[in-house]
Design a binder for this molecule. Structure first.
Ligand code: NAD
Length: 324
């Protein structure tokens, strides 16, 4: 009998086609909106599914596992997987995979570089100024920014994305330093990136701090009031990892009190809500979790997620298992 797969939201066609071509019965939620957990449960009750392809906006935990005991694999169409209770899945013998697409790594790294430059050159503020009709005459001291070449970029997390950011930033003339719980000797050797074994020291040294850790208990509020106080008053914070890695209230306070100079956020602690004060600040750049939103990257993520399901059923060895 054909295996049945439920996909919680429309993903790029290539992923759906791959599954259908291999004979899987595929049901896709065609509503262009996030399904609540209640709605996912309702959908899973309609049929005996063998696999579910989920997105980062889907909360997958016991409530879902309880109603769909036949589902043996949840394939997340994202690199992060903090939306899934992987410990509970492991206890129940359920496999969870993620989709760390190389093209998405590239897209996120380039987005980070774009955000850094947006802060340093004040592009977003200046764009608003022109659109509002405020550009009446050229001024020699208008929208003074800073050069990034020669400045120090501090990376917290030097896995796939952190490493790519390190390579791009080194090429642009920034000095790169990093902190990670696992040392990345490749970037040390190949890019001259310096390892710091203390977040505190890195925060004191960096002109731009960029976050590239997964959301874990150990990384929740990794950037808090105490750590923000260590940063230079001229420094920027960039977060493209996961919102709760930063205490957003503390960040808003630090920006208001000029403890740091600015921040760029692609992810938010209470996503999609944004701490209201941040929206009012000109020295804050906000993007709606789009760092990996590049056509080929999204196709590759869908392909990887679909291939994980195919490999799980056809050879028992899907790549990217996150709860081995
Ligand atoms: P990765 O697993 O390759 O790298 C994560 C790194 O963080 C690893 O080197 C790991 O050792 C390190 N780390 C773990 N815990 C740490 C801690 N407590 N302190 C310091 N370092 C720690 O993951 P990746 O592909 O580089 O992605 C990183 C994160 O970026 C993902 O988990 C995801 O949440 C986020 N992400 C966001 C977007 C977006 O669109 N904004 C897209 C892709 C990924």
């Amino acid at each position: 009998m054909a295996k049945a797969v439920f996909i919680t939201r429309k993903i790029p066609d290539i992923g759906i086609r791959m599954l259908k071509e291999r004979g899987y019965e595929v049901d896709v939620n065609l509503k262009d909106s996030v399904l609540s957990q209640k709605q996912i449960i309702k959908s899973l009750k309609k049929k005996t599914y063998d696999a579910v392809l989920v997105l980062l906006t889907d909360r997958v935990d016991s409530a879902i596992f309880n109603v769909a005991p036949s589902v043996k694999i949840y394939a997340n169409c994202a690199a992060g997987y903090d939306n899934i209770d992987i410990i509970e899945a492991k206890k129940r013998g359920i496999t969870v995979t993620n989709a760390p697409a190389p093209l998405a790594t590239e897209a996120v790294a380039e987005h980070v570089i774009a955000l850094m430059f947006a802060l340093a050159t004040r592009i977003v503020e200046a764009d608003k100024f022109v659109r509002r009709g405020k550009y009446k005459k050229w001024l020699p001291m208008n929208f003074m920014g800073i050069n990034l070449a020669g400045k120090t970029l501090g990376l917290i997390g030097a896995g796939r994305i952190g490493e790519r950011v390190a390579r791009l930033a080194s090429g642009l003339g920034l000095k790169v330093i990093y902190y990670d719980v696992i040392r990345n000797e490749r970037i040390e050797k190949e890019c001259g990136v310096a390892y710091y074994n203390s977040i505190e020291e890195l925060l004191q040294k960096a002109d731009v701090v960029s976050l590239h850790v997964p959301l874990l208990d150990s990384t929740r509020h990794l950037i808090n009031e105490k750590r923000l106080l260590l940063m230079k008053p001229t420094s920027f914070l960039v977060n493209t990892s996961r919102g709760p890695v930063v205490d957003e209230k503390a960040l808003e306070k630090a920006l208001r009190k000029k403890i740091i100079r600015g921040a760029a956020l692609d992810v938010f602690e209470f996503e999609p809500k944004v701490t209201p004060g941040l929206k009012k600040m000109d020295n804050v750049v906000l993007t709606p979790h789009i760092a990996s939103a590049e056509g080929e990257a999204r196709n590759q993520m869908a392909e990887i997620a679909a291939q994980n399901i195919i490999d799980f059923f056809e050879n028992g060895k899907p790549g990217n298992i996150v709860n081995p």
